[in-house]
Structure formats: structure tokens, C-alpha cells
Design a protein around this ligand. Structure first.
Ligand SMILES: *Cc1c(COP(=O)(O)O)cnc(C)c1O
Length: 366
């Protein structure tokens, strides 16, 4: 049967990666599966339900609507919303989602919302800024947080967390260690003043691998579940869960001097056989991957992307490959790492896999 462009998601590989990551932490350490951005471009509902079946403790998403979708498909575990917007607090409460509270502004708004909805001890996680300077309370704001929390019974601090800026980069080890130290000092101060002990969590995937001393009560993993770890040695033990496949739509025989594609960015120096594939920059195969930088795999051989990437198509050089219209093409997957593909053009696996457009069909393999 002739196929089409499809993103296959292998849930067995997901289970393998989950077990691998668990082997890197103590059995008492909880795991939060980060399934934001359609579970890194895969299929959030299926991935989350599989992780729930495997016994994961927590989920995290970036925005409230992502958490609502998980509730709709039957996710019952707690879901932390990492970056909620105040206008969605009512929806967040109605769906039993857990807000990350990162500023005084958000704290005041959330408490007002929780009180208006007659909540008691609604769980929140406090985000601390330990050096990333993206979201989170500064050290000098913590007294004010405690004071505000004392005025209400509507919320309770279930978690205190922070995020490492460069856990994958061992050249930045000194900085990561300073973040770990800041986190310990700030969270201890908070917990002392709260008088009860919430869950502490700091590490993402590379933090799990590189800073075992900082695992605390829970770790958060996203990319590791997808089979990438920012470390090629560890990648060898993981299994990429997503395979982006397509087919050859048409083959052209291009004579010397002829051009291929928009703005004639490929000019044939010799006879060239090209294949046109049905995916383009609207599908996440960005223009940076074109003009010979990247390649796809056809019959196990490298076919360079030539000329400019179009919105819905790319053209690849198959002069040296014995292939025909309808044949299968691998863009990335277990045999052709998304990290390698992304790195060729100065990108990273995270960006490539989360960019696969929603018009590409997802096929779940269990
Ligand atoms: C996305 C995200 C993670 C997951 O990071 P990975 O490197 O994919 O494991 C963890 N924590 C926070 C706060 C995040 O935003």
C-alpha cells in the first residue's frame, strides 16, 4: 500500500525510556512527565495515558488549555500548569489543574480566584528564580509570599520548584551548582516559614543525568521520554519514540544547467535525479534545513534536501538511489536521530520534534 506523510509514535519505546530514566533515580523519587506542546509534538493524550498506566506521579503542561485536553481524555493524575495566565484561572480550577505561581501578581490573582470559587487548600506550586531569569520569585520576595499566604485558607503550597538553565552543558557546571545552592537556600527558607513540607523539584532530563545530588522529591522529564537526552552517549540507551515518514510523490530527471525550486537555489551541475516529498516548512521542515544542509533517508541512503524548502514540499537528490514514486522516506526516527538532523542546521531536537505540524497524521504504535 502506498503511504502518506505520518508521524508514528511508538508507546513501547516510551515505556523503555520511562524505565531507563527511573533507573537513574531513587525508587522514592517521584516523576513528573512534561507533556507540553502536544507532548513535544507527538500526541499528548496517548502519551499521557500510557505514562499514567506506567505509574507516573505527575504531569506538567505549559498552558491551561493543554491541561484541559488531558482531563478530557481521562488523565486523572495531578497536572502542573507551568505558565498559566490569570484569565484562565476559573477553567484551571474547574479542571483540577495545579497552577505554577511565579510572581506576586499571579499569586494575588490566583488567591482571589480560589476564594471566589470557595476553594480550601487548593494545591499550588511556587516557582523560584534561581538564576534562569525567566519566571519565578526572587529571594527578596519570599517574605511577601509567606505574608500573603497567611491571609488565606484557599490555597496550600504543594510544591516548591525551580528550573536549571544549562543542565545539559557541563561547561556550565559551576553555574548549575550555584543554581542548586540557591534553590536549596530559598526552598529551605520558604519551608521553614510555611511550617509544612511541600514537594521539592528542580531537575529536568539533563539534570536527572548530570546532577543526581539534586533530584530532591521529584524530577521533571520531557525530552528524555521522547528518546533524546542532549548527550549522544545516553541517547544510545534511549529509543526515539517518534518517526517522521513520508513518500516520494514524483521523480524528476534534471539536466545540467537546469534549476530546482523557488528562486532557483539549486542548479544542476550534472545530470541529477530528484524526488519531491509531500512535506515542507509548514510542517516544521524549516527553510534552514534546505539548500543541501540536511538529508533524509531513502532505502537506507542519504538524500540531501536541495534548493529552497517550499511550504508543502521539499526536493531531495536521489541520483545515487535506486528508488521510485511511492517509496518510503524517513525524515527522522530511531535510524535517523532528530538531534543529528536538527544539529546539522544549528537547531536542537526539542525544536525539530515540537515543530511537526498538526496537519500531519499521528499514528500510535503500541
Ligand atoms: C519543559 C520543561 C521541563 C522539561 O525539560 P526536558 O529538558 O525536556 O526534560 C522541565 N521543567 C520545566 C520548568 C520546563 O519548562
Amino acid at each position: 500500500m502506498i503511504g502518506e506523510t505520518v508521524l508514528e509514535i511508538n508507546l513501547k519505546s516510551l515505556a523503555h525510556n520511562f524505565e531507563y530514566l527511573k533507573s537513574k533515580i531513587k525508587s522514592s523519587t517521584k516523576v513528573m512527565g512534561v507533556v507540553k506542546a502536544f507532548a513535544y509534538g507527538s500526541e499528548a493524550g496517548e502519551v499521557a495515558l500510557k505514562l499514567q498506566e506506567l505509574g507516573i506521579d505527575f504531569f506538567a503542561v505549559a498552558y491551561t488549555n493543554e491541561g484541559v485536553k488531558l482531563r478530557e481524555v481521562g488523565v486523572t493524575q495531578p497536572i502542573l500548569v507551568l505558565h498559566p495566565q490569570s484569565m484562565h484561572f476559573e477553567t484551571l480550577i474547574q479542571n483540577c489543574l495545579t497552577p505554577s505561581i511565579y510572581s506576586k501578581f499571579v499569586l494575588d490573582h490566583f488567591i482571589a480566584s480560589a476564594e471566589a470559587h470557595k476553594q480550601k487548600n487548593y494545591p499550588i506550586h511556587l516557582k523560584l528564580n534561581t538564576g534562569f531569569n525567566r519566571l519565578g520569585f526572587a529571594n527578596q520576595e519570599l517574605d511577601g509570599v509567606i505574608e500573603k499566604l497567611r491571609t488565606t485558607k484557599a490555597v496550600q503550597v504543594e510544591g516548591v520548584y525551580s528550573h536549571l538553565a544549562a543542565s545539559e552543558d557541563l561547561k556550565e557546571k559551576e553555574f548549575s551548582l550555584s543554581q542548586i545552592k540557591n534553590y536549596e537556600a530559598m526552598s529551605s527558607q520558604l519551608i521553614h516559614q510555611l511550617g509544612y513540607k511541600p514537594l521539592k523539584h528542580l531537575c529536568n532530563t539533563s539534570g536527572i543525568l548530570n546532577y543526581p545530588e539534586a533530584h530532591h522529591d521529584m524530577v521533571r522529564t520531557g525530552i528524555g521520554l521522547h528518546g533524546y537526552s542532549n548527550d549522544f552517549a545516553v541517547d544510545a540507551a534511549l529509543k526515539p519514540i517518534a518517526t517522521l515518514k513520508t513518500i516520494i510523490s514524483q521523480i524528476h530527471e534534471v539536466q545540467p544547467g537546469e534549476s530546482v525550486g523557488y528562486n532557483r537555489k539549486f542548479i544542476a551541475e550534472k545530470f541529477t535525479k530528484t524526488a519531491t516529498l509531500p512535506l515542507g516548512h509548514a510542517d516544521g521542515i524549516n527553510r534552514i534545513y534546505g539548500k543541501g544542509k540536511n538529508y533524509v533517508s531513502i532505502k537506507g541512503e542519504k538524500a540531501p534536501i536541495i534548493g529552497n524548502v517550499c511550504m508543502d514540499m521539499i526536493m531531495v537528490d536521489v541520483t545515487h538511489i535506486n528508488c521510485k514514486e511511492g517509496d518510503e522516506v524517513i525524515v527522522f526516527g530511531p535510524e535517523l536521530s532528530a538531534e543529528v538532523f536538527a544539529n546539522l542546521a544549528g537547531s536542537i531536537s526539542y525544536e525539530l520534534i515540537t515543530s511537526v505540524s498538526q496537519r500531519i497524521k499521528r499514528k500510535i504504535i503500541n
